[in-house]
Ligand binder design. Structure first.
Ligand code: NAD
Ligand code: GLY
Length: 349
């Protein structure tokens, strides 16, 4: 078992990384209160019986699976169900699922009576290694991702590696996108990944490296909960990832993070921020997971989504966090036209 704590001005968050932690610890939070479980249809189909065993007659809200359901309509439907269940200020919301359940559930917990307790129980690799930790919660509105949200730290996160055994390989790839991102930010994680490049899909290895990634993120969040400076580093690859995700949608979030990092590395080399040798090292890891980087037609339209990204300070500048060397990153701000031309040059077909 590994326990990692994040102390922020608003909440102490305790992250427990242990196989079996769901069965072992989740019921400790029930404490005779009115509580609420949020999960999604895929997770419920597999784990419905375990959920019933652990939570007894606690109401369970089953969100239809998929990113398109992380929206304001479902957020308000969840809040209505929380009212119907008679939740009060001491109640706990358990968000048991991937990043979609974690993000919308975390936001529902933040909003209900201006904030009730939240326990995140992430069931995808991506959610375990990234989204369940650090208190970013949100829903999408129309084509704008994560545009309505709050920083709201969960009181506890139970990272239980045994959920990974039912994850499709594609979802493992998504989590690896975020893990390689941590490699680009932290030299010891990168060394670990390079040494274990043949074990990237081995679930035991992934459980081990997950706690190193969480420890890295916890320190970043402790120092900069509200993303004023250091936390921006965690958005590496995400500007291009979100632009491609919104325009094409043929891959999922974590896969697009890998694609985004791959092309932003090329931009970093072209801008003289990273060496070609370093780019080859990191790209080698990315391609081990991705197979090959997809190429797209019509990137001019995708680039427009990067223009709308909430990380930009102005509409004619595209801002992104790029890998710049071993454990080094840089914030690159490019005039929109220059960014668009790079994207077409490197990712176009
Ligand atoms: P997801 O929640 O859609 O889960 C992916 C798929 O796996 C879904 O079909 C789900 O039903 C299924 N699934 C979940 N657990 C399973 C299990 N154990 N076995 C079998 N199937 C399972 O997607 P995700 O990749 O977990 O998360 C992506 C979301 O996370 C996006 O909305 C993204 O914006 C968000 N995100 C948030 C943060 C943050 O800091 N809050 C960080 C990164 C990503
Ligand atoms: N996933 C980016 C962050 O939590 O800040």
């Amino acid at each position: 078992m590994k326990t990692i704590e994040i102390h922020t001005p608003t909440q102490n968050s305790v992250i427990t990384c242990e196989r079996g932690s769901f069965q072992k610890y989740a019921r400790d939070f029930l404490g005779g209160h009115q509580n609420f479980v949020l999960t999604d249809s895929n997770v419920h189909a597999i784990y419905g019986q375990e959920i019933a065993e652990v939570f007894g007659n606690t109401p369970v809200y089953i969100l239809p699976a998929g990113e398109e359901n992380k929206n304001q309509k479902n957020l308000f439907s969840i809040l209505q169900a929380m009212i119907d269940a008679g939740l009060h200020r001491n109640s706990y919301l358990f968000a048991l699922g991937g990043g979609v359940v974690g993000d919308i559930g975390g936001l529902a917990a933040a909003l209900y009576m201006r904030g009730i307790h939240c326990v995140q129980i992430p069931t995808t690799l991506l959610a375990q290694v990234d989204s369940s930790v650090g208190g970013k919660t949100a829903v999408d509105m129309g084509k704008v991702k994560n545009v309505v949200g709050a920083f709201y730290q969960p009181e506890a996160v139970l990272v239980d590696g045994s959920f990974l055994k039912t994850l499709p390989a594609r979802e493992i790839r998504c989590g690896l996108g975020e893990i390689i991102k941590y490699g680009a930010l932290n030299p010891s994680i990168l060394d670990n990944l390079l040494e274990n490049a043949d074990r990237l899909f081995d679930l035991d290895y992934l459980s081990e490296i997950t706690s190193d990634c969480i420890a890295h993120k916890a320190e970043v969040v402790r120092l900069d909960e509200r993303e004023q400076n250091l936390r921006k580093s965690l958005n590496m690859g995400h500007t291009t990832a979100h632009a491609l995700e919104l325009n094409y949608g043929d891959l999922s979030h974590g896969e697009f993070v890998l694609v985004g990092m791959y092309y932003e590395l090329k931009i970093a080399v072209a801008e003289g921020l990273a060496t070609a040798e370093y780019a080859d090292l990191l790209s080698g890891l990315i391609l081990r997971v991705l197979g090959e980087a997809p190429r797209y037609a019509g990137l001019e339209k995708a680039a427009e989504f990067a223009r709308l990204d909430k990380k930009n300070a102005a509409s004619d500048v595209v801002s992104m966090i790029v890998p710049a060397g071993y454990g080094v990153y840089a914030e690159l701000k490019l005039p929109f036209e220059k960014y668009r031309d790079y994207l077409v040059r490197f990712a176009g077909k």
